[in-house]
Design a protein around this ligand. Sequence first.
Ligand SMILES: CC(C)(COP(=O)(O)OP(=O)(O)OC[C@H]1O[C@@H](n2cnc3c(N)ncnc32)[C@H](O)[C@@H]1OP(=O)(O)O)[C@@H](O)C(=O)NCCC(=O)NCCS
Length: 158
Amino acid sequence: MIEGPGGARLRTLTSTDLDAVLTIEEASQPTPWTAGNFRDCLHSGYRCRVATVDGEPVAFMILSCVLDESHLLNIAVAPAWQRRGLARWMLRQALAEADDAGLSLMFLEVRDGNQPARRLYRELGFQETGRRKAYYRTRGEEREDAVLMMVEITGAHK
Ligand SMILES: CC(C)(COP(=O)(O)OP(=O)(O)OC[C@H]1O[C@@H](n2cnc3c(N)ncnc32)[C@H](O)[C@@H]1OP(=O)(O)O)[C@@H](O)C(=O)NCCC(=O)NCCS
């Protein structure tokens, strides 16, 4: 296992991580997933990963896999750990794992206004392929578009 920024390590997320993961989710997302959403992902056999520093969860990502496609369903980094390269490192690991598994495409959806995430994804080679109008709820009454992004998995991320 290659260590990430700050000595981070990536491992499979289990139900014992749920409290810590929910804390990260609630601190970083405008409309956070519930514990039930995370449990459903664990029960569905999705690729659920948690990054730890000194054993403490600092970030996570959830991916599903259909045929030769991987879908990034969620990724978040605890606010105190953001902008240290953790998400870039985790996504590179996810792309390398997907490549090893013979997958050929990775998809994701991101809020139109989430410029930090959109920049991160573009940097990793994701391209915008479309948009779902008013897809996301916001904290207020308004809705926000989802931007659809895709990258071909080529092994170049390793
Ligand atoms: C988006 C998110 C996962 C990025 O995690 P991170 O570990 O802070 O990102 P990294 O440090 O790996 O950043 C990699 C690159 O992404 C871009 N980026 C990340 N955060 C940024 C910010 N706040 N502003 C501008 N660019 C940003 C930059 O290009 C950055 O490279 P640089 O630091 O060399 O300039 C994190 O901000 C987060 O958890 N946000 C809340 C949850 C979320 O939006 N998830 C995505 C849902 S689709």
